[in-house]
Design a binder for this molecule. Structure first.
Ligand code: NAD
Length: 547
């Protein structure tokens, strides 16, 4: 079945709050947006929007008939109940892939999945706020900008980045590097993924073989030219080969789906045999993919020893490689402690919105509104200009930019006014990734190396979901295993709908203050001075923190 979200200002659901959930749910499985729409897989290995097609139909029907004092409960992609609540309550509450601690591993998850009892929700797949590769593009752009600031004088011009994975998230890497002025070689084993990134303008060129790829990126580095080149191959073979050839890499990372050993192609297995083999013999496949990841990380360590900036890009590659026998895997850091934590201390993270009208002009108008609201933020202005020029929309037009505490609610209120005045043709949904400052516990990623050792404390994302529910979000979700895989993360999402009403304005003001506020208090609690400064500046109340 081919799904496309409705567009325009006429709704079929009873209110814009539920119409918005319906459109975003459908948008997640639009073939322009989802990686494998026929299987309801949106991105990130097997991150799904609904458990199966029967659940898809049932959710669609519930959202179409839901009243504004009712709440739909979704358990791992299946609608399981509708309760009478009240107009401030979320219209949808979702819990995805959650397992009790001792059972929180892939084999048990897969057993339950085979029984039809659960699904993998990733982060924004099962919480219906995935907006295509742009969503990750901005975060990836920010990360590479931070690498440039740390090591290369603020620009990647004249540098070469090596990485792998051109999937839903990883596909952002080539464009993020070239937006920062650098040259990049991306290894991808699945030709259809590489073609897709070429077609959407995320990847500049495809090389015919390793020699050709090395020639092109080496020339680009020498000429200080921004260029992205894709190469078909297995990263576990190609990275060691590039190291043997002495390729002069400045930055090395990876975005294959290493968080799920069945979604990482081992050496010696063809793309055509991949999914059958993984389904028939998951244990053997897991061993082989972990061994390959050990080879892959071994090469990354070699580049590090040669002086390159090497980091894990949040896919559990180090953890899986260690299980595959690479003892030194954790010698290079994850990207959050290396580059992003200072932003998290300010409650900053990936704020995003989508135009339910389907009109690109609505996003252009919101871009201008953001520039007017934050005229002094030069990097935000640069991002919005580049995004306006270079980002092709997938599905409903959408935008993402990183905003922090004290900023997000201003943007949300402005959008709500623009809907009310008719400047925007239809309501706007406002959400974020779960990869945010106060909504995730993930010791290999967002909460790696917290100063007080609180990496694995998962109370924070649960409190985040509760406070967003109490503040008036339109839908709220609690997930397990997103980004880094089963047993390794717990995280929460929220989405608000700016439908132009005064009530929506009151909800938006609270949610978009309290949600990033969780990031500030989480980092104050952990002892980060920058978070304490932000709390002090904005009067964020933290009861046991002494000023
Ligand atoms: P995806 O499944 O859509 O794409 C992964 C790609 O890796 C696929 O195209 C696949 O063909 C390719 N691949 C697998 N094994 C390979 C190998 N051995 N050699 C070369 N290519 C190989 O996943 P995605 O959405 O792009 O996410 C990638 C990873 O990043 C996941 O582990 C995800 O959990 C993680 N992630 C990171 C962030 C972040 O902010 N850094 C955010 C969300 C997810």
């Amino acid at each position: 079945m081919m799904v496309r979200a409705a567009r325009g200002s006429v709704r079929t659901a009873k209110s814009w709050q539920t119409e918005a959930a319906l459109r975003m749910f459908h948008n997640n499985v639009d073939p322009e947006v989802a990686e494998r729409p026929a299987d309801l897989v949106v991105y990130g290995g097997t991150g799904k929007a609904a458990r199966d097609w029967a659940s898809f139909e049932a959710i669609t029907s519930c959202l179409t008939t839901l009243d504004d004092d009712e709440t739909l409960l979704v358990q791992s992609g299946k609608p399981v109940g509708v309760f009478r609540t009240h107009e401030w309550a979320p219209r949808v509450l979702l819990a995805n892939s959650n397992l009790v601690g001792d059972w929180a591993n892939w084999p048990e998850f897969r057993r339950l999945e085979r029984l039809g009892l659960t699904m993998y929700g990733q982060m924004t797949a099962g919480s219906w706020i995935y907006i295509g590769t742009q969503g990750i593009l901005q975060g990836t752009y920010e990360t590479f900008a931070a690498v440039a600031a740390k090591r290369f004088g603020g620009s990647l011009a004249g540098t070469l980045t090596l990485t792998a994975g051109l999937g839903g998230m990883g596909g952002a890497q080539p464009l993020a590097v070239t937006m920062n002025g650098g040259a990049v070689l991306v290894v991808e084993c699945d030709p259809s993924r590489a073609r897709r990134r070429r077609e959407t303008g995320y990847l500049d060129e495809l090389a015919s073989d390793v020699d050709d790829a090395v020639r092109r990126v080496t020339a680009a580095k020498r000429d200080r030219k921004a260029l992205s080149v894709g190469l078909l191959g297995n990263a576990a073979e190609v990275m060691p080969e590039l190291l043997r050839r002495g390729v002069d890499a400045d930055i090395v990372t990876d975005q294959t789906s290493a968080h799920d050993p069945l979604a990482y192609l081992p050496i010696g297995v063809s793309v055509d045999d991949w999914h059958d083999y993984a389904a028939k013999n998951p244990d053997e496949f897991t061993d082989r993919s972990r061994e390959s990841m050990a080879e892959h990380v071994g090469a990354m360590l070699g580049f590090r020893d040669a002086g390159a900036e090497v980091f894990d890009y949040g896919n559990s590659l180090r953890g899986e490689a260690q299980l595959g026998g690479c003892e030194r895997a954790f010698e290079f850091p994850g990207f959050v402690p290396a580059y992003l934590r200072p932003l998290f201390c300010e409650g900053k993270g990936p704020f995003r919105w989508a135009a339910l009208s389907g009109e690109p002009a609505d996003i252009a108008a919101t871009d201008r509104a953001i520039l007017d609201l934050f005229p002094d933020n030069a990097s935000l202005a640069r991002w919005l200009r580049l995004a306006g020029e270079r980002v092709a929309y997938q599905g409903l037009p959408a935008r993402i930019c990183w905003l922090g505490y004290g900023e997000r609610h201003l943007a949300g209120l402005k959008f709500n006014e623009m809907v009310a005045s008719g400047e925007l043709k239809a309501p706007v949904v406002i959400g974020r990734d779960h990869l945010d400052s106060g909504s995730v516990a993930s010791p290999y990623r967002e909460t790696e190396a917290m100063t007080d050792g609180s990496d694995a404390i998962a109370d924070w994302p649960l409190l985040n979901a509760l406070v967003n529910t109490a503040s008036g979000a339109s839908w709220v979700s609690i997930h397990h295993g997103g980004g880094v895989g089963m047993g390794r993360s717990i995280h929460a999402g929220q989405v608000c709908v700016a439908d132009g009403t005064a009530l929506a304005g009151r909800k938006i003001e609270r949610v978009l203050t309290n949600d990033p506020g969780m990031g500030v208090i989480r980092h104050v609690d952990a002892g980060y001075e920058r978070a304490a400064e932000v709390a002090r500046e904005h009067g964020v109340r933290v009861p046991m923190w002494e000023d």
